[in-house]
Design a protein. Sequence first.
Length: 151
Amino acid sequence: MRALLQRVSRASVTVDGEIVGQIGRGFLILLGIGQGDGEAEVKALVDKIVNLRVFPDDEGKMNRSLLDSGGASLVVSQFTLYADVRKGRRPSFIEAAPPALAEPLVERFMTALAAYGIHVAGGVFGAHMDVELVNDGPVTIWLDSEQMRRA
């Protein structure tokens, strides 16, 4: 499971001209589900994300978590996080989970975030989405459950 976190002052996702999810301060989370991902990866990533101290404290230092700051999350499924571009010019996505596996795990991920009391908004799985954001900082962090396991 891969997540690209962007600390935002606001973000939204639009499908067919209609805003389907939006947040103020918090994380825009672009989420990719890989082959073999499951509940353990959901738990590990969600726990890391809600406790990651990248929000400013009263002195402007990155010392508060999403939980501490009262921020929200906008989760957008993005299989292209599993693009393999090592060969040729067209990315391969064979490491991305098929939709039948990925969609329920995206939903589980969102439910796990909400269980922490975080406001969670989302895009529409499989839809063409327009994502708008104001990256705060900018702060952008890459998380990969496979790399987290090796640490």
